[in-house]
Design a binder for this molecule. Structure first.
Ligand code: 13P
Length: 249
């Protein structure tokens, strides 16, 4: 049995005081929840406030991105050491918004994944097709390519902590959710790519999250699908009650 992971991606929302407010309201709602792992990924400047607020709770904190170099002249970037130093345990890599708007490529995703695993962070690697690719029947090709390149030259031993998130881009922030069956099909393909790269054993234990308009209303149907090992939640994770309802689907 894979323990599900329910992760919040706050994107570019909330200042540190908002983060503190969120945890003040959210933590009591999930205090006795141990069925699933819970992770919140706030903007970088909120990380210290989030870590402090979630201290000694069942909620872990992650970054939304990272650089693959340990340090250097990379203005605006954040390293794995910096994420670890403020208390992060997780990091999102290759989110479609990074790919769409900030030049993230399959190759930089691979570099980041290697660096995150090396540093001992739990990486949540995002893959997913855009609408035109789905309509052109290219979904499988896109997912295969994204996985192949992301997983390139990483050993099964190193990949032990890997988490993948399937986020069809057409479902992000649109209110359109993939049907549980459609998501399950994509998850199966991702799992078979993981098996090719890392072997069956790791692929069997690999958690593949679904992301894209996950809400309290649709969380149960999605999470009941055997192939879906959790959720990466954007909009609906900003409100403590709604994110708690998703966690407790
Ligand atoms: P929404 O839940 O707002 O669709 O965002 C999904 C997402 O991109 C999570 O990373």
């Amino acid at each position: 049995m894979r323990k599900k992971l329910i992760a919040a991606n706050w994107k570019m929302y909330k200042v540190p005081d908002d983060a503190r407010d969120f945890f003040r309201n959210f933590l009591p709602l999930v205090a006795d929840h141990s069925r699933d792992e819970i992770v919140v990924c706030p903007p970088f400047v909120d990380l210290p406030a989030a870590v402090e607020s979630a201290k000694s709770s069942n909620v872990a904190i992650g970054g939304q991105d990272m650089h693959w170099e340990k340090e250097g002249a990379f203005t605006g970037e954040v390293s794995t050491a910096m994420l670890l130093a403020v208390g992060c345990t997780h990091v999102i890599i290759g989110h479609s918004e990074r790919r769409q708007y900030f030049g993230e490529t399959d190759d930089t995703v691979n570099l980041k994944l290697k660096a995150a695993l090396e540093a001992g962070l739990t990486p949540i690697v995002c893959v997913g097709e855009v609408l035109e690719e789905r309509e052109a029947g290219l979904t499988d090709d896109v997912l295969r390519r994204q996985c192949l390149r992301a997983f390139h030259a990483i050993s099964a031993k190193k990949a032990a902590k890997l988490v993948v998130a399937y986020e069809p881009v057409w479902a992000i922030g649109t209110g359109k959710t993939a049907t549980p069956q459609l998501a399950a099909d994509a998850h199966q393909l991702i799992r078979s790519e993981a098996a090719k790269a890392f072997g069956e054993k790791l692929a069997d234990s690999l958690r593949i999250l679904y992301g894209g308009s996950v809400k309290p209303e649709n969380a149960k149907a999605l999470m009941s699908e055997e192939e879906i090992d959790g959720a990466l939640v954007g909009g609906a994770s900003l409100d403590p009650k709604s994110f708690a309802a998703i966690v407790k689907y």
